[in-house]
Design a protein around this ligand. Structure first.
Ligand SMILES: Nc1ncnc2c1ncn2[C@@H]1O[C@H](COP(=O)(O)OP(=O)(O)O)[C@@H](O)[C@H]1O
Ligand SMILES: [Mg+2]
Length: 1107
């Protein structure tokens, strides 16, 4: 919202008063209160007429943005809230459009924000002036000169972390279009004593710390420096690091800025070499040495540092060493050399360091000027910016403060002069009568200081030049004599006895009543500082350096240009430069920025009344206001004035047709403002007292409120009316719609009621009709039922009658048939009995037989001999035929089956048949063997190489080759043996080796015994007395007992033509050598599975348990 409102005057939304000229009543308290009120509301700028008072906010405020720049650009000074930009804009436009050279004077004490203000001015001007590559380069160079000068000329002090230790005046030059062309910088009073000594809590110039922190190792090495701050006597250690300051980064910024400004690499290098030399000078130390003639003499303690300095600067070491030990005074072709004692040597060293540094600084300024100098000869417009120390009032004020305060005294003078001159000029311009204004003119104080005969500076110079012993005290004595009667000079010892008893004034001090307050100066050091002596030997030594920059810094060291005249004292040098500056400023239109420090803590939001009061006093701000208010406090052109207040009078509101001045006259008459309160100028109205202005403002505010109320009233009325009309219109629309809706609803209701009534009536009618119809239907049905019953009764009667009639007819027919049958049978009885019975019987029999065979043909079973199927017998009388037919058919199909056999198959079946004959129903093992084909050679001896020997030994055809168990007669245990049956022999061989154990010709086998049970044990009995019988009979067991016994039987039969005796018994005797042992088979338990076990019971009994 705040952004939206457009300000047209400083007076809008003012906090306190934006312009102190309008302050009422005007006194110190109200002044401070106004500042404080504004400061608390973030308004750090306040005007005194065209002077800007700036209070350091110590924090960044959002009032320096590019948008703000745009806001202030091309606006009138009093249009917006006070701002540095308004002042800059005014100055710049006045320079550009009215061809008036400008200067902007920024004063205030250290830390009050002068340097920041000067930068803001420069950046504003840079932002609003012309653009383009060339212009931008100039701007950039001008802006970048700041970091360079700040690095070398600024230091951390207790008041300000970035305090400028020199005064700076910069002329920015513009062409006729207002584009920057270049600039010239002047520097004043570098605080060079800081090089050798810094107060507690302060630092040396930034550049020393920046080099040591930021330079590369390589570069430091070149400069013969070490990174450690503590190595250097000149660097105050207690605050070497500053919070929030990055020295290393700043070093890079400085180098970069130097490059932009146009320093050549070798120049930059030289500059840093000088800085390094200064730093190293501080490390040179001296020790006392007594000479024979009793004079004190000093000697350099450690020459290493000296040597390095000489290497850096290209000075002959012996020359420099000598310069530190002797002092040559030349007077009228005479040279007198005296030795330096230790204190003098230190003095010389420090003087050299200070001189070297301050000359380097001046050289830098000159060098920068060379770069930023305008390149054209065309006439230039100039804007000067002065950033110089404000008034300084310390506990101990010395020569420096004296000089600075002198400078401020001069500035105040031109302020008064120019302000009054401007006022006066304006009055003349506006045709207003000039009345004399009472104000304090400080010319008298300036005179006290700068008067060529009786001025303090002149006397100081005189003292410095006077032969004989000169001390600060002799200087004070002189002052006491000469200035005693001056109104603004105070001293205890002055001839004027006024201060004899003033204990606040020590004897070694004098006090000056500056326009801004009283300041007491310690006289100590005045003479020395004014002399600013550098022994000639040192400047000559410097001149002899091969380092071109150093050489150039000490031109007075050139013996060819030796000048016996003493160089100008610091005081007169400064006086001269201040005079030049004043002359320069006087030709320009001044703009003032007065900076104020709100507190000593560098802290935001703190406003220390006492501190501000002090500054207001010495800046002479109240004095400012008074001067400004001397004639008329406020003035304004007629147009804006009329525009602002026209609502206060009927004639001018809302429009005044006529010249603005006449309008204002009418307005003021109407308001009955006393005549002495205002004057009509040519283009402006002048108002004497702020009271009057505020009265106008109050009236305006009141009127604005009334107007606002009026506008509000009308607006509200209009709004209500329009709203009412709108509502009325809406109401009609709504009502019409509602009516329509209601009628529709009613109609719908009637319609639905009608439908309901209608439906009821229809229903009633329908029901009535239905009832009638139903009744009718029931009547019809009743009639039909009655008719049906009637017809039924009729029909049943008729049926009954017809049935009766039919029964009678049937009975007649049966009786008739019986009667006829009886008659026929009686006739044919004799004939039928003789033949017909037999014939029918035969015929029937024949037909049945025929049918039986024809059916059998279709029911024949398969040709498989084992197929047991046979059709059932159809007739009992064919029972025997049927059985016979079954037998014949079976025989026939068996023959058919047999006819298919080959010879081999025949042989197999013969064997099987043999087995059947031998064992069927005799041995329980037999049925299991029927399905197993007889293979004979289970062991394929010829194929197994292991049995090659066995094979070779048996050359006959092998019928059986099988592994059997031979039962050991001693214990009944079994041993595996190969059982071979050939055509003529039975052989037993070792299973592993194949060696033949026994061979028995078939003829010697008499009997084979076995049990009737399901076991494979069998005994082979041998003929008594035969060769084989020596070892006794064999008791064996085999899985193929049936086959082996059968084959043995058949082979024996075919070889010996005798039937082998096969005994099947569960107990038989076996001949073992001499003994006969009984082998008995019993029913055993199943514990060993299905395998029979054999056990020797005693000598005579071997028991085989068969499961
Ligand atoms: N307008 C400002 N806005 C914010 N901070 C400021 C402003 N002016 C000054 N300062 C702060 O105050 C410090 C001191 O200002 P500086 O201009 O160096 O003082 P001076 O030059 O008067 O000694 C700055 O470093 C900055 O931190
Ligand atoms: Mg500064």
């Amino acid at each position: 919202m705040a952004k939206m409102e457009v300000k047209t005057s400083l007076l809008d939304d003012m906090i306190g008063v934006g312009d102190m000229v309008l302050l009422e009543p005007l006194n110190e308290d109200s002044f401070i209160n106004n500042l404080k009120k504004r400061f608390d509301h973030n308004e750090v700028y306040t005007y005194i007429g065209s002077v800007v008072i700036s209070i350091n906010p110590y924090r960044s405020l959002p009032i320096y943005t590019p948008e703000k720049v745009e806001e202030y650009r091309n606006r009138n000074f009093y249009e917006l809230s006070p701002h540095i930009f308004a002042l800059s804009d005014e100055a710049y436009r006045s320079l550009r459009d009215q061809d008036k050279d400008q200067c902007i004077l920024i004063t205030g004490e250290s830390g009050a924000g002068k340097t920041e203000a000067s930068k803001l001015v420069m950046s504003y001007v840079a932002a609003v002036c012309g653009k383009g590559a060339e212009v931008n380069q100039v701007k950039e160079q001008l802006l970048q000169s700041n970091p360079v000068l700040e690095a070398f000329g600024n230091a951390k002090t207790v008041r300000n972390d970035n305090s400028s230790r020199f005064g700076k005046y910069m002329d920015i030059e513009f062409d006729f279009k207002g584009d920057p062309l270049g600039g010239v910088i002047s520097n004043y009073l570098l605080e060079k004593s800081r090089v050798v000594k810094q107060p507690r809590g302060e630092r040396n110039f930034h550049i020393f710390y920046q080099i040591l922190s930021g330079a590369s190792e390589d570069f430091l090495c070149k400069l013969k420096l070490e990174r450690d701050f503590s190595r250097y006597n000149y660097l105050g250690l207690d605050s070497a690091k500053v919070n929030g300051v990055d020295d290393a980064a700043n070093f890079r910024t400085v180098r970069n800025a130097m490059q932009i400004v146009g320093f050549m690499d070798h120049e930059t290098q030289s500059v840093f070499e000088v800085v390094a030399a200064v730093l190293k000078l501080g490390n040179i130390e001296f020790k006392p040495e007594s000479r024979v003639n009793g004079l004190d003499e000093s000697k350099i303690k450690d020459k290493n540092e000296l040597k390095e300095i000489c290497e850096l600067t290209g000075i002959d070491q012996s020359v420099l060493e000598r310069a530190f030990s002797f002092r040559t005074v030349e007077a009228k072709q005479e040279k007198v050399s005296t030795t330096l004692n230790v204190a003098q040597a230190y003095y010389a060293r420090d003087a050299l360091a200070k001189n070297l540094y301050s000359r380097l600084f001046s050289w830098l300024v000159t060098r920068i000027n060379e770069s930023i100098k305008a390149q054209t000869k065309v006439r230039k417009k100039v804007m000067g910016v002065l950033d110089i120390y404000g008034f300084e009032i310390f506990e101990d004020n010395s020569f420096e403060q004296f000089i600075i305060n002198y400078c401020n005294e001069k500035l105040q003078q031109i302020f008064i002069e120019l302000t009054l001159k401007e006022e006066q000029e304006e009055y003349i311009r506006e045709g207003i009568e000039w009345t004399h204004i009472e104000y304090f003119n400080n010319a008298i104080i300036c005179d006290l200081i700068e008067n060529n005969q009786t001025g303090i500076l002149a006397m100081l110079d005189e003292e410095c030049l006077r032969p004989g012993t000169v001390t600060d005290d002799t200087f004070l004595e002189k002052l006491n004599q000469i200035c005693a009667t001056h109104q603004h000079f105070e001293s205890r010892m002055s001839k004027c006895s006024r201060f004899l008893n003033d204990t606040s004034l020590p004897h070694s001090c004098f006090r000056i009543q500056h326009y801004a307050g009283k300041v007491m100066y310690q006289v100590e050091g005045f003479v020395d500082k004014n002399n600013d002596l550098l022994y000639r030997d040192l400047s000559q030594a410097m001149w002899k350096a091969s380092h071109s920059l150093i050489k150039a810094l000490f031109p007075e060291g050139n013996p060819a240009k030796i000048n016996l005249k003493r160089p100008l004292t610091a005081g007169s040098q400064f006086k001269a430069s201040v005079a030049t500056l004043m002359k320069n400023l006087q030709t320009k239109n001044p703009n003032y920025i007065r900076c104020i420090k709100p507190n000593d803590k560098k802290a935001a939001h703190i406003f220390n009344d006492a501190l501000v009061c002090h500054q207001i006093r010495y800046l002479g701000l109240l004095e400012n206001v008074r001067v400004r208010r001397a004639g008329y406090a406020f003035r304004q052109a007629y147009e804006p004035c009329l525009e602002r207040y026209k609502m206060l009078c009927k004639q001018t509101w809302p429009h005044w047709r006529g010249p603005a001045r006449a309008g204002v006259e009418v307005l003021f008459n109407e308001l009955e403002i006393p005549e002495e309160e205002f004057s009509f100028g040519r283009s402006k109205i002048f108002i004497r007292n702020p009271r009057t202005l505020f009265k106008l403002e109050d009236l305006r505010k009141q009127r604005l409120e009334d107007l606002a109320t009026l506008i509000e009233k009308i607006y509200r009325g209009w709004k209500c009316r329009t709203r009412f009309l709108l509502m009325k219109k809406s109401q009609i629309v709504i009502a019409s719609w509602y009516r329509r809706y209601a009628q529709q609803k009613k109609y719908q209701k009637i319609k639905s009621s009608a439908i309901i009534v209608q439906s009821y009536i229809r229903g009633w009618k329908a029901r009535k009709l239905l009832r009638e119809l139903k009744h009718q239907k029931r009547c019809n049905e009743a009639a039909t039922i009655i008719a049906a019953y009637w017809h039924g009764t009729q029909a049943r009667r008729e049926l009954k009658r017809l049935k009766e009639e039919a029964r009678r007819k049937h009975a007649v027919a049966v009786i008739w048939a019986y009667w006829l049958g009886l008659k026929v049978r009686r006739e044919y009885r004799k004939f039928f009995r003789a033949n017909a019975g037999r014939k029918i019987y035969e015929f029937t029999l024949q037909r049945l037989m025929q049918k039986y065979f024809l059916e059998m043909k279709n029911k024949m079973p398969s040709l498989s001999p084992i197929d047991k199927n046979w059709p059932a017998r159809p007739y009992l009388f064919l029972d025997s035929t049927h059985k016979e037919l079954k037998r014949i058919f079976h025989l026939w199909r068996c023959k058919k089956y047999r006819d298919q056999f080959t010879d081999q198959q025949k042989l197999i079946y013969e064997e099987k048949l043999e087995a059947s004959e031998l064992f069927k129903d005799k041995k329980a093992l037999y049925p299991a063997s029927v399905g197993q084909p007889f293979q004979g050679a289970y062991l394929e001896i010829s194929k197994n190489p292991k049995y090659k020997k066995l094979k070779d030994a048996v050359d006959e055809k092998i019928i059986i080759a099988e592994v059997v168990n031979k039962i050991n007669r001693a214990n009944g245990k079994a041993t595996s043996r190969i059982f071979l049956l050939t055509k003529n022999n039975v052989l037993l061989a070792d299973q592993k080796s194949g060696n033949i154990k026994s061979e028995v010709p078939l003829g010697d086998v008499t009997k084979v015994s076995m049990s009737s049970q399901n076991d494979g044990f069998f005994a082979v009995h041998l003929k008594e007395g035969s060769e084989a019988a020596g070892k006794g009979d064999f008791l064996l067991s085999s899985d193929h007992l049936i086959e082996m016994a059968t084959k043995l039987y058949r082979t024996t039969l075919s070889q010996t033509k005798q039937k082998l005796n096969i005994e099947i018994s569960d107990e038989f005797l076996v001949q073992f050598r001499q003994d006969k042992v009984c082998v008995k088979f019993i029913q055993g338990s199943q514990k060993n599975g299905n395998i029979p076990t054999c056990k020797r019971k005693n000598n005579r009994l071997l028991e085989v348990a068969v499961p």
